[in-house]
Design a binder for this molecule. Structure first.
Ligand code: ATP
Length: 804
């Protein structure tokens, strides 16, 4: 005990505080860069010394002096350093020192293992000495090969052990180096010899193999010739049909994938200097289970190819589309001059001077760009729009003041002779063919004759409006045709709603390729407004299902999801599947809103708000763009809009939030906006016979067994299912029954009021009451008949039910 106390009380030895040389990261970076710079400086000096050394030699004794100019690229310091290291030092091997300095810089600044660096320095210095002696061995005077040290050391050895002895000593030095540095043994040399022999044998084998592989070449050639033939028939280069789904790759050898991680691999490193064998142990990075599985599946079966089921599907050839004679832009010089003179004259009449005017001739309109004189207000020109139009006596003058991003004023004047923009030219354009968009659409040509290709997936929904006969249906057909020319049936599906019953019927032929429908419906194209409600709700369910899939797959959008699915990272047994884009096209939206009102507006708004990420895109066309048809909520979710000619400024405002559409000239002349600028486009023209040819071409090919089936939706009327299970009844069933029986009035609104319920729940309750025989069937606008006279009878009825 006593011992312990004494120990405790012994005064603690004051710890010697050793000066700490620990550098902070910043200091290391500074020191490291200094080394690197020194290394580079040394290297530059040495290289320069090889060229300028002789000239500088005579001046060396006078260094340092400001009066002398050294030839070395690093001046006097460079000349001096080179003199010390090369001439008076180790000769050319001194270059290694510059390398070592550079390496030190890298090690220090990157905070790498300094023990290794020390090793590099020791071995580096030994190599310098050995090389210096070796080079000195071959010289008979002081020179830069081995430097003074190399020369003197050689002499020293040669005086004692002679030339042969020195040579043997050098050889011995090399062996020592190899044995220690690379752990070489006698066996290594034997192996080396054996390997050299087998290498020669292998070489012979490869020569034989190349001879046999030549035999396969003709088969490959014939295949590629066949592919070439397909290409030439249909003109569209297959690789351009994007996104082309990767072809099924051949199963590869999987033997080396079966190993478990982590594992040790033997790597044989062949050192070039002496062909020394070294065993390096490499630990492989541990991979996660799913990745491993996915990689293995991809290796075994290739990436998932959604087009496999219809792998022989041929895209429609371009010659199904009509070419027009008057397609090229014809320049009528007289018309141009005449219009120019009139514009200048009219503006002059209103005291608006012009400094310059230029013209761009588009397919239907010519854009005159004018630069007004300084000090002229733009609003003045804008106000004169009607007057200018009058004096140019042309319909549809549009004034753009100023042209966004240009600072000029544009006056669009319709051409006397409009040229047709054929769908053929739009589809054949390089822009469309080489587009990598997800859902590319060739809309037509801009005023500068460029083909306008837009991505529906980016829009993400499109609103199309225009008075009757101005080109809406043609526009819709152009959109659908574009997608048919670019997307495989596995990649996109259409849901077509056509209350007019005639516009989209042609697409019936491609039902089993490209259309989606409800499970129980006969026709894929929906012409009945009540069915539209079911379809829209079904699309909402599809949307919710897709969101669930995306959530489970940790993906943010359909593109990511499909990529993951193709890479086989998603298990089909968990419900995952390749998701095609779904494009919902609604023609005559106004008609739909008039008949079904809120019932369509709600799911449309829901889809428009949420469906973009999961690949459901909406295209809505309407003749009457009034505010009660295109409501605020719909407008807010349709930033991309196309306006054909409309009859009033108000309609134009409803679609485009500004005037312009009322000044168009019709026949496919349109304004397109994706939220900011208005672009004037001449819509590509695709006629009914062309669409017919395309759909026939596709329809004639092998198809899926059925159209793409949307999830089943049981509508409100579907709820009148008379065998509703008692257990499935609403919790408020009994209460509701009592209210109905007491009031003797079978109406849902009564339940809504009394029980403070929403319409849907009240409706469901009424259905359940009907199923239980408490109220009668649906009688249109009248309230349902109550079949139970009083509460007592109700009690009995319910009691009997439970006994059954
Ligand atoms: N891009 C175009 N290029 C040339 N002519 C066109 C173009 N688009 C439409 N037209 C002409 O206008 C006519 C009417 O077009 P379309 O049938 O598309 O009108 P619409 O707006 O759908 O009319 P409705 O609403 O009554 O169906 C076409 O038959 C055609 O002659």
């Amino acid at each position: 005990m006593a011992k312990r106390t004494t120990k405790k009380k012994a005064p603690a030895k004051p710890k010697l505080k050793r000066p700490s040389f620990k550098l902070s990261s910043q200091q290391k970076l500074i020191l490291g860069s200094l080394f690197i710079i020194l290394g580079v400086l040394l290297f530059i000096s040495f290289v320069s010394f090889l060229f300028t050394g002789k000239e500088d030699q005579s001046l060396l004794s006078e260094f340092p002096s400001r009066q002398i100019e050294a030839k070395n690229w690093a001046s006097q310091l460079g000349a001096k350093l080179s003199e010390w290291f090369i001439t008076k030092g180790f000769g050319l091997p001194s270059f290694i020192f510059s390398g070592l300095l550079f390496l030190s810089g890298v090690y220090v600044s990157l905070n790498l293992n300094l023990a290794k660096l020390r090793k590099h320095w020791i071995w580096g210095t030994l190599i310098v000495i050995w090389l210096s002696i070796l080079l000195g061995f071959f010289t008979h005077k002081y020179d830069i090969l081995g430097g003074v040290i190399g020369y003197e050391m050689n002499h020293f050895f040669q005086d004692y052990i002679g030339k042969i002895g020195t040579a043997l000593l050098l050889a011995f030095g090399l062996i020592v180096y190899l044995a220690i540095r690379f752990k070489m043994t006698g066996d290594t040399f034997v192996n080396l010899f054996k390997r050299a022999k087998s290498n020669i044998k292998d070489d012979f084998k490869t020569v034989e193999n190349t001879n046999t592989s030549e035999d396969i070449v003709p088969i490959d050639n014939s295949l590629s010739e066949e592919a070439e033939a397909i290409k030439s028939v249909y003109e569209i280069p297959l690789e351009n049909l994007e996104p082309t789904i990767a072809k099924h790759s051949k199963p590869t050898d999987t033997t080396d994938t079966k190993t478990e991680a982590p594992r040790k691999v033997e790597v044989v490193v062949n050192k070039p200097e002496a062909e020394v064998e070294m065993k390096v142990e490499v630990t492989e990075e541990e991979k996660s289970e799913t990745d491993n599985l996915a990689d293995k599946l991809v290796e075994d079966f290739g990436q998932f190819d959604p087009t496999l089921e219809l792998s022989n599907f041929q895209f429609p050839p371009l010659d199904l589309l009509k070419k027009y004679d008057n397609e090229g832009i014809s320049i009528d010089q007289d018309e141009l001059e005449e219009n120019k003179d009139r514009i200048v004259e009219t503006l002059n009449n209103y005291k608006i001077g012009i400094t310059s005017i230029s013209a761009t001739i588009g397919p239907t309109v010519t854009l005159y760009e004018i630069v007004p004189e300084a000090g002229i207000r733009i609003s003045k020109i804008k106000n004169l729009e009607d007057d200018i139009a009058l004096s140019l006596s042309a319909l549809g003058i549009r004034i753009i003041a100023p042209i966004p991003g240009k600072g000029t004023i544009g006056i669009e004047v319709p051409n006397k002779k409009a040229t047709i923009v054929s769908m053929h030219s739009a589809i054949a354009s390089k822009k469309f063919q080489s587009s990598k968009m997800q859902l590319p659409i060739a809309l037509g040509k801009t005023i500068s004759n460029e083909t306008m290709v837009v991505d529906l997936a980016k829009m993400p929904h499109l609103l199309m409006a225009g008075a009757t006969g101005q080109g809406k249906s043609v526009g819709l057909n152009a959109v659908l045709t574009s997608l048919l020319y670019k997307k495989h049936p596995a990649e996109v599906k259409f849901v077509l709603v056509d209350p007019k019953k005639v516009e989209l019927t042609l697409f019936n032929k491609i039902e089993r390729h490209y259309l989606a429908k409800l499970p129980d419906s006969e026709d894929a194209i929906i012409t009945d407004n009540t069915k539209v409600i079911n379809t829209l709700n079904s699309l909402c369910i599809e949307m919710d299902n897709r969101y669930e899939l995306l959530k489970n797959a940790f993906c943010r959008n359909i593109a990511e999801y499909n990529k993951k699915f193709k890479e086989r990272k998603l298990n089909p047994n968990d419900g995952h599947q390749f998701l095609p884009y779904i494009v919902l096209v609604v023609d005559e939206f106004a008609d739909l809103i008039m008949t079904a009102g809120k019932e369509v507006e709600t799911p449309i708004a829901r889809l428009a708000q949420l469906a973009r990420a999961i690949g459901i895109h909406l295209i809505i066309a309407t003749q009457r763009p009034s505010v009660n048809v295109i409501t605020g909520i719909i407008k807010a979710n349709f930033p991309a809009r196309i306006a054909f000619r409309v009859t009033s400024k108000i309609d134009s405002r409803t679609i485009l939030d500004g005037a312009g559409a009322d000044q168009l000239i019709g026949r496919g002349d349109m304004l397109y906006t994706q939220g900011n600028d208005l672009i004037r486009i001449q819509c590509a023209f695709v006629d009914t016979p062309e669409v017919e040819r395309i759909t026939e071409f596709i329809g004639g090919q092998k198809a899926y067994p059925d159209a793409y089936l949307l999830p089943e939706f049981v509508g409100e009327e579907g709820g009148t299912n008379l065998d509703i299970d008692i257990a499935d009844r609403d919790k408020l069933f009994k209460e509701a029954a009592e209210i109905i029986v007491t009031a003797q009035q079978g109406s849902a609104s009564l339940l809504q009021r009394k029980l403070k319920l929403g319409y849907n729940r009240a409706g469901r309750l009424i259905d359940q009451l009907e199923a239980a025989g408490i109220v009668g069937g649906f009688e249109g606008s009248k309230a349902r008949q109550v079949l139970v006279p009083d509460l007592l009878a109700l009690e009995q009825l319910l009691a009997n039910e439970t006994q059954d």
